[in-house]
Write a new protein. Structure first.
Length: 96
């Protein structure tokens, strides 16, 4: 690994105990492997958050570009939903 850079990382006693336990259990060969896997997991989560943010921004922009919104009567919407649910339950009394 010719392009490796070294850094110093401070861990709590509890974190270090977990790292040592993973190495002693044979899950990892060295503490460095634990840290590298942690960084890979962090990178994957970070990229997923960034992708989700891009997707949400795109949806927001699409919504804004779709035109003006309209008022919704939530009480009427709730009544309609309950009526549909009631009709569905009446049509299938045994839960089918």
């Amino acid at each position: 690994m010719s392009n490796v850079q070294k850094i110093s990382v401070s861990l709590t006693n509890q974190q270090m105990a977990h790292v040592r336990a993973a190495v002693e259990a044979g899950e990892y060969a060295t503490p460095t492997e634990v840290v590298r896997e942690s960084l890979r997991d962090w990178q994957a989560k970070r990229e997923a958050r960034q992708d989700e943010s891009r997707r949400l921004r795109q949806k927001w922009d699409e919504g804004k570009a779709s035109g003006d919104g309209w008022q919704v009567d939530f009480d009427a919407l709730r009544r309609e939903a309950r009526s549909r649910l009631k009709d569905k339950n009446v049509a299938a009394p045994n839960g089918d």
